[in-house]
Design a protein around this ligand. Sequence first.
Ligand SMILES: NC(=O)c1ccc[n+]([C@@H]2O[C@H](COP(=O)([O-])OP(=O)(O)OC[C@H]3O[C@@H](n4cnc5c(N)ncnc54)[C@H](O)[C@@H]3O)[C@@H](O)[C@H]2O)c1
Length: 349
Amino acid sequence: MAQPTGYLRIKNIMTTVLVTGGAGYIGSHACVELLNANFDVLVLDNFCNSKATSIKRVEKITGKSITLIEGDVRDKATLTMLFSDHQIDAVMHFAGLKAVSDSVNNPLAYYDNNVMGSITLLEVMSEFSVNNIVFSSSATVYGFSDDKPIPETAPLSPFNPYGHNKRMVEQVLADISIAEPSWNIASLRYFNPVGAHPSGEIGEDPNGVPNNLMPYVSQVAVGKRERLSVFGNDYPTIDGTGVRDYIHVVDLALGHVAALNKLMQGCGLLTLNLGAGRGYSVLELVQAFEASTEQKIPYEIVNRRAGDIAIYFADASLAKQVLGWKTTKTLEDICRDAWRWQTKNPNGY
Ligand SMILES: NC(=O)c1ccc[n+]([C@@H]2O[C@H](COP(=O)([O-])OP(=O)(O)OC[C@H]3O[C@@H](n4cnc5c(N)ncnc54)[C@H](O)[C@@H]3O)[C@@H](O)[C@H]2O)c1
């Protein structure tokens, strides 16, 4: 007797992805690429660092709709309701607080949101036998690494609460994978996500003074900030300024879809760097921005910041080997897309 097609679809093909923190910077770009790849998307976000407008923009870009639930990933009752009401096949877990300096000043808030939130989510996933998760980790787990580039095998030595949060959740996931081999887990260690969707509809919308270089540069270019402070020009690098691995947020989002496709094949535990695999200095980025946008970026050299590292970039070869994924966007693409987003949305969403 023929099986009803619906049964086959649910049983064999992973279709619905819960995206926690999906209204945020990286989550919204992941939603676009998930929808483009024909996944159904549910978003859970408490909007502590985002606005629901980003989801409307994702729908505008893709012409597809998202089920949006306002709620907190630490709230077990909300999660239980969500998993009862929807057939969820996998989770992309972006929800978290991300400002390193804030984590130093407010460690409890960070452990609560980032570690407890993840554990609550994993408990509910376990109760509902949803065993597929992509987790937003960070290159911060490597701490002061001497490796250039940094492979996944480099020692882990985070040195701030945010980095500890990521390492702890990675450890929880690794332990689950040992206890429950049916779980498929991708811990993705991002380097420096930058840029915006080429449509200019979604991008990074920092609250107040940006913590990261690229949104700061864009805000200087658009006249919101007077000049860029470059922290130190006496590092052992090409021009003395710090070198980082900038990854276009669309490349990053596509890396998530590649990881999800790998989970669908039953991959167990994957821990992968997502980076471009090459570094650019602060001044190289400023020059690329000026050349791509024809905007002048006034800057001044100030003292080094405590805790900054001279050179930090990914060995991105494992992700290429395992996922068949690599970045394709250039530094020029990054600058042009960041600028388009900034000029179309000078005050964010
Ligand atoms: N942007 C980066 O440079 C970077 C680098 C490495 C790792 N990451 C990680 O990637 C993830 C996404 O980062 P992002 O840059 O998109 O940040 P973001 O702040 O733009 O997005 C995070 C989203 O999660 C939501 N959120 C936070 N706590 C929540 C909670 N308890 N319940 C429900 N929603 C909650 C926020 O409202 C926001 O929409 C984070 O986990 C971050 O730590 C980011």
